[in-house]
Write a protein that binds this ligand. Structure first.
Ligand SMILES: Cc1cc2nc3c(=O)[nH]c(=O)nc-3n(C[C@H](O)[C@H](O)[C@H](O)COP(=O)(O)O)c2cc1C
Length: 239
């Protein structure tokens, strides 16, 4: 477990992350990240977090939704822990291995999100947009990118307006069921970069998701995801 506030996690990715620079002139984060990771020159807090993930079968990210995303301290965890050579630039091969091939193959990941707004705001035509789509940069961009098998997020919604005892009890019950099923439920069926849907690794084949553009085109079976959003044990409030 990593409680980022209790750990007083350093959120800002900066020059202090590279005590032994490859280039003392221009600070290139990508180059210095690779140098630090590949030559065991990272700061110890980052190396410890990487080892925790490497040792894990599943990783759960618990956070409140802040401005449609994760709080800055957690973003700083990703910025610093997801190093070049581990999270991106895997095998020092640029973008050859990503989205379905990477260092974390076989590991599972799920977001446990506490949300202020009511469920209606996040409905398919809700004013905020569907939560699954808002969280796409995390599930697709920061988890599946590294080959973590990612499950639909488990939200706990309308938290500030609900009765604490009832909400907590129901949220815990929903959460317990989700965790129990973490090794059984179907993951989000993101399309793998090297699975044939992206002939040149960048753009979807014209034969795939015909006429679709945008984020959801990168999910192979969008109907199964929409149904999962209404799974009775998906989160609070129950639908
Ligand atoms: C900086 C900040 C940004 C927030 N952004 C959102 C948001 O984008 N959408 C939303 O529904 N709630 C938002 N909220 C409300 C929080 O999600 C809500 O207060 C939280 O889930 C309740 O959990 P807590 O009691 O553990 O803080 C925000 C709250 C803060 C403090």
């Amino acid at each position: 477990m990593s409680d980022l506030y209790a750990m007083r996690w350093k959120a800002v990715f900066d020059e202090d992350d590279f005590p032994e620079r490859a280039d003392s002139g221009r600070l290139s984060f990508v180059e210095e990240s690779g140098n630090a990771y590949l030559n065991a020159r990272q700061t110890s807090d980052v190396a410890v977090e990487q080892q925790k993930v490497i040792a894990a079968d599943a990783v759960i990210f618990q956070f409140p939704l802040w401005w449609y995303s994760m709080p800055a301290v957690m973003k700083g965890w990703f910025d610093r822990v997801w190093a070049y050579g581990l999270a991106y630039g895997y095998k020092n091969a640029g973008n050859k291995y990503r989205y379905g091939e990477g260092a974390f193959k076989g590991k599972r990941a799920m977001l446990s999100v506490v949300v202020g707004g009511p469920e209606a705001d996040y409905a398919p035509r809700g004013i905020n947009g569907p939560l699954d789509e808002l969280l796409f940069p995390i599930t697709h961009g920061s988890l599946f990118f590294l080959d973590l098998t990612c499950f639909p997020p488990t939200p706990c919604m309308a938290v500030p307006h609900a009765s604490p005892s009832k909400t907590c009890w129901l949220a815990k019950a929903a959460w317990r069921l989700r965790v129990e099923r973490l090794f059984e439920d179907a993951p989000i069926p993101f399309r793998a970069q090297n699975g044939g849907d992206y002939p040149e690794r960048h753009i979807l084949s014209s034969q795939v998701a015909v006429g679709q553009t945008g984020l959801l085109a990168h999910i192979a079976d969008i109907e199964s995801v929409r149904q999962a959003a209404h799974h009775p044990f998906r989160g609070w409030p129950f639908s």
